[in-house]
Design a protein around this ligand. Sequence first.
Ligand code: IPM
Ligand code: MN
Length: 372
Amino acid sequence: MKLNIAVLPGDGIGPEVTEQAIKVLKAIAMEFDHSFNFNYASVGAIAIDNHGNPLPEDTLNICKSCDAILFGAIGDPKYDNDPSAKIRPEQGLLKLRKELGLFANIRPVKAYETLLSKSPLKRKIIEGTDIIIYRELTGGIYFGKKELSDDGNTASDLCEYSRYEIERITHLAFKAAQSRQHKVTLVDKANVLESSRLWRKVVAEIAAQYSDVELNFLFVDNAAMQLILNPKQFDVILTENMFGDIISDEASVIGGSIGLLASASIGDKYAMFEPIHGSYTQAKGKGIANPIASILSVAMLLDHFELNDESELIRNAVEKSLKLQVTTPDLNTKYDNISTSKVGDFIEDVINNPNDSNLNFTNIHLGQSTII
Ligand code: IPM
Ligand code: MN
């Protein structure tokens, strides 16, 4: 298959984790005889520095001309600590989601057997957890009217949803449930918010078309608690934009590191793949950033094009790296010098030699994850 992929490394650790994901994609292209072309473009704080715009017109055009987008990370503390900044890196990502109509953000959360002890949660609570979060991505409070009074003392953000916006992601969530455990939980705040009541009404109507899927409702405050009390009760979680942002970070604790969580953002025409973690600028250039979320994001990219053998190979290679502790320090208790690029090299090695079980693991910590 021939794919043109827009690559937007962005800020902080974005470029270094994206580099590992590209390494992995190149190995897959070689192994399966595909042709992947990479078109790099600028986004975020770095794009503000270089072009005065967090999403330059050029970047948007490159994204629109490609089959898929691989996104790194966005954000810089110099903007986080300045509430008066008019231009912010995050605007680049939000505009990209809106312009490309990426309304469904899909975030899988899994407790890997080999990482159960890494989570601060007890093994018996998280063992077997397998959740997929469907977060609405182009509506709600993120995109509603924003106002600041002239005297600067009153501010508001409108949370608005239309029936159509709710319907389209709800169908995707129910379809996903049909190929999983047949269960959708709508997370909302319908006891307080009018927009949540519309979600409940519309989602309940659509549920009637999917008789093989069970629908439950949960208020977001309770859902936040249930996620760490008993995460196994969830299969597909469907929710609006901001609740999805918050609970997906919370859910990452189940997996043992936010550096593991990948995501896909899907629209009718375009699709973008990105780790859910942020730019973590303190770690930039230190080689400690976990590239697995970015690598698993390209597995989701391949799934999107129904290249399932390819994505499975990536996931198996990732599991192998976790099992053997070829991982960055956020997960590693055995070796203290496995860098971002060493993890990428190891996963690349496994992909290049899928049938070779004679890996020489003895020198992995020295970066020599060679096959003998
Ligand atoms: C995410 C991020 C973004 C969001 C930020 C960077 C705007 O936290 O993708 O979860 O809030 O959606
Ligand atoms: Mn977030």
